[in-house]
Design a protein around this ligand. Structure first.
Ligand code: NAD
Ligand code: UDP
Length: 333
């Protein structure tokens, strides 16, 4: 297939591009590089030993999007491009609603106009809100606590309505749990700007000595050791999930959790990281972070049943690969 990948220079997008190329798909990346680097494109080519097409455009620019659709025969779109910092979405709600929702509408419209029938969307487990675990695709969604989460819930709704009104336009809504880790080559991975908000990149930066100590946000949750529980998924497993999701997409709207089904607490992840890499991570227990829920993990059985996809990589591999990337990334600075 000839696949348009928006946000393909980013963390999850770059890993997915590698897996798409590995599976003999052709890719066109559209990315404005607002949260990624141009060098990543060479890394994707280097790992896969394949070529790709790149457009540096903003996918909220309808005419720039239109010009890609009019000059390529596209079979499907995977839409990763979006702003994703939860805290920032609270202080810049209009930027988040505009970027994440307008981009989805423009791409869906272009697909319908140009009869591109396959659309895969990056959603998030955040749309479940504080539901009962494990989160199942059939659950009613609960309100999220921030504009970022709302952009995901609204984009899902927009795509569902667009598919209903345009038979043939098929949509896969992929709800990611907590992507971590990096490609085993160490060439691509997660490189957040500034101080990381997320646990794994924070831990790797403490390991490197860039940050002094991890702050564990709360140890009084109703969990195995009082710290927050999440379903961490290796980014390469997640990337493989996108390849099967687009290859096996059939008519209609399909929702899949992409997670492992396993919950891991903050202290358990910390322990695994220390053991996998033989590095001590100093930490303090501090107050809960506002907006955090206690427990979040997937019922991942639907993706296995329908798509034959299952996450294969464990927490140790996630910790080892995340650290390998951080080490290599720092050496280049
Ligand atoms: P990322 O920031 O690394 O990648 C997003 C890419 O999109 C970046 O390369 C950025 O430059 C590009 N981009 C953003 N807005 C754009 C625009 N208007 N036009 C063109 N390019 C634009 O993020 P990621 O972690 O790879 O996330 C990819 C998608 O998955 C996002 O939609 C995100 O919300 C979603 N998601 C991420 C996580 C996570 O924990 N990383 C969890 C659930 C869902
Ligand atoms: N967390 C933490 N310290 C940090 C970052 C995160 O204790 O510096 C905790 C957070 O409270 C949550 C878990 O780690 O329980 C995962 O947080 P992350 O931000 O990575 O993902 P999300 O909150 O989006 O699930």
């Amino acid at each position: 297939m000839n696949i348009l990948v928006t946000g393909g220079a980013g963390y999850i997008g770059s890993h997915t591009c590698v897996e798409l190329l590995k599976n003999n798909h052709s890719i066109i990346i559209a990315d404005n590089l607002c949260n990624s680097k141009i060098e990543t494109l060479d890394r994707i080519k280097q790992i896969s030993n394949k070529e790709l097409t790149f457009y540096q455009i903003d996918v909220t620019d309808a005419s720039a999007v239109e010009s890609i659709f009019s000059s390529h025969q596209i079979d499907g779109v995977i839409h990763f491009a979006g702003l994703k910092a939860v805290g920032e979405s609270v202080s810049k709600p209009l930027e988040y609603y505009y970027n994440n929702i307008v981009s989805t509408m423009i791409l869906a419209k272009a697909c319908i106009t140009y009869k591109v029938n396959k659309f895969v969307f990056s959603s998030s487990a955040t749309v479940y809100g504080e539901n009962k675990v494990p989160f199942v695709e059939t659950m009613d969604l609960l309100p999220t606590t921030n504009p970022y989460g709302e952009t995901k819930a609204m984009s899902e709704r927009i795509l569902r309505d667009a598919a209903k009104a345009n038979p043939g336009f098929s949509v896969s809504l992929l709800r990611y749990f907590n992507p971590v880790g990096a490609h085993e080559s160490g060439l691509i991975g997660e490189a957040p700007n500034g101080i990381p908000n997320n646990l794994m990149p924070y831990v790797t930066q403490v390991a490197k000595g860039k940050l002094e100590k991890l702050r564990v946000f709360g140890n009084d949750y109703p969990t195995v050791d009082g710290t927050g529980v999440r379903d961490y998924i290796h980014v390469v497993d997640l990337a493989e999930g996108h390849v099967v999701a687009i290859e096996k997409l059939t008519e209609g709207v399909h929702i899949y959790n992409l997670g492992t089904g396993q919950g891991t607490s903050v202290l358990q992840l910390l322990q695994a990281f220390q053991e996998a890499n033989n590095i001590k991570i100093p930490y303090d227990i501090v107050d809960r972070r506002s907006g955090d829920i206690a427990i979040c993990y997937a019922d991942a059985s639907k993706a296995e049943r329908d798509l034959g996809w299952k996450a294969k990589r464990g927490v140790n591999e996630m910790c080892r690969d995340a650290w390998r990337f951080e080490k290599g990334y720092d050496e280049e600075q």
